[in-house]
Design a protein around this ligand. Sequence first.
Ligand code: FAD
Length: 407
Amino acid sequence: MEVNVDVAVIGAGPAGSVLAALLAWRGARVALIERTTFPRDKVCGEFLSYDALPLLERLNLVDDLDHHGSPTIRRCRIVGRHRQYEFLLPEPARGVSRLLLDDLLFRKAVAHGAEPWEGWTADSIEAHSVALSRNGEHVSIAARVVAGAWGRWGRFDAQLGRAFVRDRAHRNFGFKRHYRREPASAALQHDVIELHSLGRGYLGVNDIEGGLTNICGLVHSSRLAGHRGRWESFVDMLRAEEPSLETMYSAYEPAQDDFLSSEPVIFRARRPVEGGLFMAGDASGVVDPLTGNGMAMAIQSALLLAPLLLRLLANGAQRAAIESEYAVAHAAMFRPRIAWSRRIAGLLSHPTALDNALRIARGNAIGGFLVRRTRSDHAAVARLADVFFKSAEGRVQSAGGAPVGPS
Ligand SMILES: Cc1cc2nc3c(=O)[nH]c(=O)nc-3n(C[C@H](O)[C@H](O)[C@H](O)COP(=O)(O)OP(=O)(O)OC[C@H]3O[C@@H](n4cnc5c(N)ncnc54)[C@H](O)[C@@H]3O)c2cc1C
């Protein structure tokens, strides 16, 4: 079977689903291709930064977060070996599971008119086509534009010859599990995210919907030697090593059967346009997870990319100019926060250095300053979203025929 679309989006995480929702809303024929089926879990701290919220508000998804009881997070507590520092976040964030959020975003894209290819794996790509399969069935999609939103690590990164794939020295791995508080414990308050330091890594702890708490960590691969992929054994080692982690973990009991672990997380620069493909989200650049800004950045990259792709669909001759415009806008918006995220993660991954730094940390100013350096502000994203939603231009003549889109 062969299908024609304007845009084929590979991957329905926050980047892919938001990009598909925005493009479809403006009349483009979009295939949204996702190898898993929703709801699906994912390694993530599940802290949704405040700078993701303006666009979710305009997609009417914040009401859904409220409806499902996603907690509001107002404070951040940094927990070192011997010292702690707590500060107010510049604006309130949310705790929300990927089981819930990614499902909501995917359904929103489909409601806006994106064609769901759920459970289909993209097997090979070119600048204007994608081959998909599902249980022995094969489909070829011809697209005027292919967008890569497959996350931080996928088969196409090797196919495109992206340099970070060969980096074996700087691999980190993420792990997470949902927990319930022990009834008798005086554990974490609902409106706090805690960041715990450990050698060559860190843990984030925050509440999500359903009265659950997510505990999610990132560690350098060198710390995993001898555990043979058994996260239980690694976490036992951490608890024995860091008394503050023992205190924290003992306040919870697991609410999921097992740990979930991630693909390699490699912090090497990547290009937002590669081989004629437009990348969004982690596929275009990875911010250190400690910031809790990866999902916001994924959503914002979709917001940056969508109007450019609409222009490209309207005038294919502008392709080279649009590719470089996206690369420049992407670097301006995300490169500084990626650099700051690595500096701060370096400190959090060294418990002794962190304790020293925490000696002088007081009040909200220093915490607020660092938080702002690793994200956009709410107003800047709101302005970008308003420009997109208020503009009447760029409704495209769909590959399927007559223009479609909002009335
Ligand atoms: C340990 C850890 C903790 C984190 N904590 C946070 C946090 O608290 N807050 C935060 O905002 N961010 C956090 N992040 C980062 C966040 O998870 C990512 O930035 C975010 O998921 C990026 O979204 P995305 O849409 O780019 O990619 P993804 O969410 O990775 O989605 C990519 C999708 O593409 C699909 N896919 C891949 N290949 C194919 C294929 N060939 N065919 C079809 N589908 C395919 C995948 O199944 C997946 O659904 C964390 C990351 C890690 C590793």
